[in-house]
Ligand binder design. Structure first.
Ligand SMILES: C=Cc1c2[nH]c(c1C)Cc1[nH]c(c(CCC(=O)O)c1C)Cc1[nH]c(c(C)c1CCC(=O)O)Cc1[nH]c(c(C)c1C=C)C2
Length: 595
C-alpha cells in the first residue's frame, strides 16, 4: 500500500470543464458540489426535457381556493443518519422552514397497512398495541412470521459459493417462502415496484445479505448492527459530521427532527429541486435544457471527451459525469457495454385523486399490495396506495426554524401506484382516463370509496425505477475497468442505475461523484474516476493491480481495504467543506492542470 498523498495530488489532473448528462437530483447535486468546491471549473448540465428535477415533480391544483399538491414521484424522506446529506442540503438551501414532519406517535407514523387475505391489515410498529397482538394471533401469516423470525438464527448459514441470489431465494432460505411472497414482496413493491423473483438480494438488501455472510444469521437489533465492521459512506459521513461537535448546524437540524419519523416539504418535493436550481444559477452552472447528447467520444490527443448533441453541435470537456439511465448512456458510447445496456427498469403509473369528503381512508400512511395477491383481487396491478392527506394533516413544522403551521387538506388525497414489474413486457400503457378509472376501481374494491374525485392527475413514469437484478454488483465491478479503458477515466457515472434508487442516496451519489471527479478522493486505483469505485468488492480490490492511495485519516479507521475505501468517501466529503473554506486541500498543492 502506498501512502503518499503528495504524489497522488500532484498527479491528479483537476478538470477545467465538466459536462453533466441529466438534470435529475444526482446531476444537480454533482453540479452544485463541483461549483461549490471549485468555482473556477466550468460546469454544464445537459437535460433533454424542459425542466430540472427528474422524477421529483409536484403538480399544484386548485379546489375551491384550496391549493392541493399532487406528487408524481418521491414525497417523503426518513430522518435517519444515512440521510444526513439531504439534511445538509436543506440547511444550505435555507429550506428548514419548508420542512414538515410526522411525529413518531401520529397515525401516519404508526399505521402502515398491507393488503393481506382480502383485507387491510395494520402492521405492528414500534410499541405493540393490543390490536397488533390480536393480529399476530388471528392472522396466520403474522403468527407464522413470528415463529420464523424467532427460529431464524437456527437455520443453516449461506453456502459461501453463493455470490448473489434473488430476494425470494434469500428470504425463503432464511425465513420462509410465505414471508418472501406475502410480506417482503409488498415492501419491495413500495421501493422498487419490482419482482422478488428477479431482484438481487445482495444489491437491494445489502446489509441483511452481508450480515448473513458475516455471522451466518441476521442479528436483528441495533446492538449487533453497530458492531458491523463496514459502514455505508453516508453512515460515515454522518459520523464525521458529528465530529464537528454539538454546534454543527447539521447536527442541530438532525436532532430537531429526531421526534419525527418521516419528513416532507410543505410545498412539495419540487421545492427542493427549485431551490437547488436557483442555487446552481447563482453559482454559475450552465444549464442547457431541451438538449440531448447523442454521442460521447474520447480524444486521446487532447485528453478530452466530446459531447455531440442531436442537432450536430459538439463541445469538449475534461470530464463527463453521466447521471442518465444506463441503457440511455450506452447508446452514446463508441461501443456497447452489456453491463449498462441491459440494466432493466420498470414503469409506474402514478394516479393522484382528491375527494371532497375527508377521512375516506383509514388514518395512516397507506398500504402495500404483495405479489401473492390473487389476480382477481388486483386486475389493475396496483402496487400500493398512499394516504397523502392523512400524512400531511399529521405533519408539524419545525417551529425552532421558523416553520409556520401546516395548512391542512380538507378532503381526502390519495395516490394509487400501479404497474411496475407487472407491466414489464408491455409496449402500450393505459391512457390517463383509463388509469384514473383503474385507480378508482382499486379504491372501491379495497376501501369501499365510490365517491367521484373532484381533482385527478395521472402520470406515467416511464422506466422510472431501475431493477438491480441478480449479479448487478458483479456487473458493475466488471464495468469499471471498461469505462476506464474507453474514456481514460474521464467518464464517471452516478444515479439510480448504479447504486440506489432512494432520493437521499442519489443526492449523496451526486456529491460523491463530484468529489471523486475533482480528485479530492485522490486517485484510488486507476487514472481518473468512474463513480463505481465504491461498488468494488474486497476480492475485486485485491485483483486489480492498480495504484492505491490512502490518506492518514482513513488509516485511523482502517479495518480492511474495503472499510478504508468506504470510509474515505465520508472522510473526503467532510474534508471537502474544509477545503472549500480554506481553498487549500490538506496534503499538498494541486499542481497539474490539464484540459
Ligand atoms: C414513483 C414511485 C416510487 C416507488 N418507489 C420509489 C419511487 C420514487 C422509490 C422509493 N420509495 C421508497 C423508498 C425507500 C426510501 C427509504 O426511506 O428508505 C424508495 C427508494 C419508500 C416509499 N414508498 C412509497 C413512499 C411514499 C415511500 C416513502 C419515500 C417516498 O416518498 O418515495 C410508496 C410507493 N412507492 C412506490 C410504490 C409502488 C409505492 C406504493 C405505495 C414505487
Amino acid at each position: 500500500m502506498c501512502i503518499d498523498e503528495k504524489s497522488a495530488l500532484a498527479d491528479y489532473p483537476i478538470p477545467r470543464t465538466v459536462a453533466i448528462l441529466g438534470g435529475g437530483i444526482t446531476g444537480m447535486m454533482a453540479a452544485f458540489w463541483i461549483k461549490f468546491l471549485q468555482p473556477e471549473v466550468f460546469v454544464s448540465i445537459y437535460e433533454k426535457s424542459d425542466r430540472l428535477g427528474g422524477w421529483i415533480q409536484t403538480k399544484t391544483m386548485d379546489y375551491e381556493g384550496q391549493k392541493i399538491l399532487m406528487e408524481t414521484g418521491p414525497r417523503t424522506f426518513r430522518n435517519t443518519p444515512s440521510n444526513l446529506n439531504l439534511i445538509d442540503m436543506v440547511r444550505r438551501l435555507k429550506l428548514e422552514k419548508e420542512i414538515m414532519c410526522v411525529p413518531k406517535t401520529a397515525p401516519a407514523a404508526t399505521s402502515r397497512y398491507m393488503w393481506l387475505k382480502s383485507k387491510l391489515v395494520r402492521l405492528p410498529s414500534g410499541k405493540a398495541t393490543w390490536e397488533d397482538i390480536k393480529n399476530i394471533f388471528t392472522l396466520p401469516i403474522l403468527r407464522h412470521s413470528l415463529g420464523r423470525f424467532i427460529t431464524q438464527p437456527l437455520r443453516p448459514a449461506r453456502d459461501p459459493s453463493v455470490k448473489d441470489e434473488t430476494i425470494a431465494e434469500f428470504i425463503s432460505r432464511r425465513f420462509s417462502k410465505r414471508i418472501s411472497h406475502e410480506l417482503a414482496s409488498a415492501v419491495i413493491h413500495g421501493i422498487y415496484a419490482g419482482d422478488v423473483n428477479k431482484l438481487s438480494a445482495k444489491s437491494t438488501l445489502g446489509k441483511l445479505w452481508r450480515e448473513e455472510g458475516m455471522f451466518g444469521w441476521i442479528p436483528f437489533g441495533k446492538k449487533y448492527v453497530r458492531l458491523k465492521p463496514f459502514y455505508t459512506s453516508s453512515e460515515l459521513l454522518h459520523r464525521l459530521e458529528l465530529f464537528n461537535g454539538p454546534r454543527s448546524a447539521n447536527y442541530n437540524l438532525f436532532f430537531s427532527m429526531v421526534p419525527y419519523t418521516v419528513a416532507a416539504f410543505r410545498n412539495g418535493s419540487e421545492s427542493l429541486v427549485r431551490a437547488l436550481e436557483a442555487e446552481l444559477v447563482k453559482l454559475g452552472v450552465r444549464i442547457v435544457k431541451n438538449r440531448e447528447v447523442s454521442s460521447l467520444t474520447f480524444n486521446e490527443s487532447t485528453g478530452t471527451v466530446t459531447c455531440r448533441s442531436e442537432d450536430g453541435r459538439t463541445e469538449s470537456f475534461s470530464n463527463v459525469i453521466s447521471t442518465i439511465p444506463g441503457p440511455q448512456l450506452n447508446k452514446l458510447l463508441p461501443a456497447s457495454l452489456p453491463e449498462i445496456k441491459n440494466i432493466e427498469s420498470v414503469t409506474c403509473q402514478v394516479v393522484n385523486l382528491y375527494f371532497k369528503t375527508p377521512n375516506l381512508t383509514p388514518a395512516g400512511f397507506g398500504y402495500l399490495i404483495p405479489q401473492s395477491t390473487p389476480a382477481e383481487e388486483n386486475p389493475e396491478h396496483a402496487l400500493g396506495v398512499i394516504f397523502d392527506s392523512h400524512t400531511r394533516n399529521d405533519c408539524e413544522p419545525l417551529k425552532e426554524y421558523g416553520g409556520e403551521p401546516i395548512e391542512k387538506i380538507p378532503g381526502t388525497l390519495v395516490t394509487v401506484m400501479m404497474g411496475g414489474h407487472y407491466w414489464k413486457d408491455r409496449t402500450e400503457y393505459p391512457s390517463s382516463e383509463e388509469a384514473i378509472l383503474m385507480a378508482r376501481t382499486t379504491l372501491a374494491r379495497h376501501l369501499g370509496i365510490t365517491e367521484e374525485p373532484v381533482l385527478t392527475n395521472a402520470t406515467l413514469q416511464k422506466d422510472c425505477i431501475p431493477q438491480y437484478t441478480v449479479g448487478h454488483e458483479e456487473r458493475m465491478e466488471n464495468l469499471l475497468p471498461k469505462l476506464v479503458d474507453m474514456f481514460d477515466g474521464r467518464l464517471a457515472v452516478a444515479g439510480a442505475s448504479y447504486t440506489s434508487v432512494s432520493v437521499p442516496d442519489l443526492m449523496l451519489a451526486g456529491r460523491e461523484v463530484a468529489i471523486g471527479v475533482l480528485g479530492y478522493r485522490r486517485r484510488l486505483y486507476h487514472n481518473g474516476y468512474t463513480g463505481l469505485e465504491t461498488m468494488l468488492s474486497e476480492a475485486q480490490l485485491e485483483k486489480i493491480p492498480m495504484k492505491k492511495y490512502y490518506s492518514l485519516m482513513d488509516l485511523n479507521f482502517n479495518v480492511s481495504v474495503l472499510n478504508a475505501q468506504k470510509k474515505m468517501i465520508g472522510a473526503y466529503a467532510y474534508e471537502s467543506d474544509a477545503i472549500a473554506r480554506n481553498k487549500q486541500p490538506q496534503g499538498g498543492k494541486r499542481t497539474r492542470r490539464r484540459k
